[in-house]
Design a protein around this ligand. Structure first.
Ligand code: G3P
Length: 497
């Protein structure tokens, strides 16, 4: 194998950081992973320490390279993919963050968003960004940090502070402060970027009170961003790809044709439908978002965002203690005949698409004395499928065709019971690739494309040839009964206590 055949992807997610070395066929050769601390300083607040993230990136890149039996000099490129919307503000001179990162799940700016909505700004925001005024996105979080930290606003105006999503923070540090940039998929989640004109928007920055002097340069997703400092990994490596994790998964699933759709089951669940060069506007709570920009050509997607999927299973493990490992839920759900009328709406941090209710909270309905832990496990899995259906139906209502299949990935897609139930509920085939690391593969691919490891987007399709397919098999009356139970539970969730 030639020296330039390896590409490393850094996948900086919500609960863990991973580095994976891929070969030129797109096969993962070595993976290193570390979980890191979540901070919940107040109800609805979620923070990460950027130092933890940086430490784990450096450690996992080193480990993955060593495990693959190569050196940094053998890497053709590094690609970065990241939890999106999460905000870091740092000092340009010292590189030190001035506050912990405010995570995408954080609801502290719900009031600001409501005020902006009441003042009539949502239509303009929606038109230019494809997003909604919800605390999920970065813009209001940046302003919150500038208001909370003494003197920060003035320093930001003077250009002394930098803002970035996680990709941008990592890029800046990996290049020793040389490069302050991001890609269109991350810029497109800030509420500050006009996705049609493809530039930071002065009016939006003024509205959300974010000084433009702190914003990164926006580039293609496949682009030579810079070189890592030689001392970090033993040799400089070209940083050549950046994409938000959900868009990277779309690339890793080879969803390049308009009408193809993928769903990633990580902490949350994110369904993205490729809409080609058209930015489709949604009237049903979907987001319009850049899918990727390659060679200066923008591709758009419609996105449905669910905030808690794997997070609900994590809660069964860490909160309730009824399982010790997520994979047990597969057997538990299989073992019981039905859901026994138990439904869970996992609105732990409010509801995302298509409801957009930051104040909703989780609900479990249908409990009886013979409810067992297995029913709760099954309810958590079922909820993921029902929510996916709600998103697909909203996309169809927005004018999308019924997809011929859905491509699934992420940790929860390893659960065979869930994949079959998803096919039954959606009534379309569910395709699961042999390697579930499609997010990292997408980032590696974007990087490899920029440096010539892969010639074009066709090359990626061959890396996902092996797959398992689940076909719908549920009787209509059973499905109808389940869906009406879900809708009743959902209605109970949105009722204010
Ligand atoms: O928008 C948030 C998303 O990017 C987080 O992804 O995989 O960490 O749940 P994940």
């Amino acid at each position: 194998m030639s020296a330039d055949s390896y590409v490393l992807a850094i996948d900086q997610g919500t609960t863990s950081t991973r580095s994976i070395v891929f070969d030129a066929q797109g096969h993962p050769l070595a993976t290193a992973q570390r979980e890191f601390a979540q901070h919940y300083p107040e109800d609805g607040w979620v923070e990460h320490d950027p130092h933890d993230i940086w430490r784990d990136v450096i450690a996992t890149v080193g480990e993955a390279i060593a495990l693959a039996g190569i050196t940094a000099a053998d890497l053709a490129a590094i690609g970065i993919t990241n939890q999106r919307e999460t905000v870091v503000v740092w000092d340009r001179t010292t590189g030190e963050p001035i506050h912990r990162a405010i995570v995408w799940q954080d609801r502290r700016t719900a009031r600001t968003c409501a005020q902006l909505r009441e003042a009539g700004h949502e239509a303009m925001v929606r038109e230019r960004t494809g997003l909604l005024l919800d605390p999920y996105f970065s813009g209001t979080k940046v302003a919150w940090i500038l208001d909370a930290v003494d003197g920060a606003r003035q320093r930001a105006e003077r250009g002394e502070l930098a803002f970035g999503t996680i990709d941008s923070f990592l890029l800046w540090r990996l290049t020793g402060g040389e490069v302050h940039a991001t890609d269109v998929t991350n810029a497109g989640r800030t509420l500050l970027y006009d996705i049609h004109a493809q530039r930071w928007d002065e009016d939006l920055c003024a509205l959300l009170r974010v000084p433009m002097a702190m914003l990164p340069q926006v580039e293609d997703s496949s682009h030579i961003f810079g070189q890592t400092l030689p001392e970090l990994f033993g040799a400089p490596v070209t940083l050549a790809g950046i994409a938000g994790d959900q868009q990277a998964a779309l690339v890793g699933q080879a969803c390049f044709a308009p009408g193809t759709v993928k769903s990633t089951y990580g902490t949350g669940c994110f369904v993205l439908l490729n809409t080609g060069e058209t930015a489709v506007k949604s009237a049903h709570g979907m987001l319009t978002t850049p899918a990727y920009r390659i060679g200066g050509r923008m591709t758009y997607a419609l996105e449905g965002s669910i905030f808690a999927a794997g997070a609900a299973v994590k809660w069964l493990r860490d909160g309730l203690g009824i399982i010790t490992h997520a994979r047990q839920t597969d057997d538990m759900a299989t073992r019981i005949a039905d859901n026994h009328g138990v439904y869970m709406v996992p609105a732990f941090v409010g509801l995302g698409a298509p409801h957009w209710d930051p104040d909703a909270r989780g609900t479990i309905v249908g409990l009886t004395f013979d409810t067992e832990p297995a029913h709760l496990a099954r309810a958590a899995l079922e909820a993921v499928a029902y929510q996916t259906l709600d998103l697909i139906e909203a996309m169809i209502a927005d004018g999308g065709a019924v997809p011929s299949a859905i491509r699934v990935d992420g940790g929860m897609a390893a659960n065979a019971w869930l994949c079959q139930f998803l096919a039954d509920v959606l009534r379309i085939p569910v395709e699961r690739p042999a390697h579930l690391e499609t997010t990292a593969l997408g980032a590696a691919f974007l990087a490899g494309l920029a440096v010539g490891v892969w010639p074009d987007t066709d090359a990626i399709a061959s890396a996902r040839k092996e797959k398992t397919c689940y076909h719908p098999a549920m009787a209509d009356d059973v499905r109808d009964r389940l869906l009406s139970g879900w809708r009743r539970a959902l209605a109970a969730t949105t009722v204010r206590m």
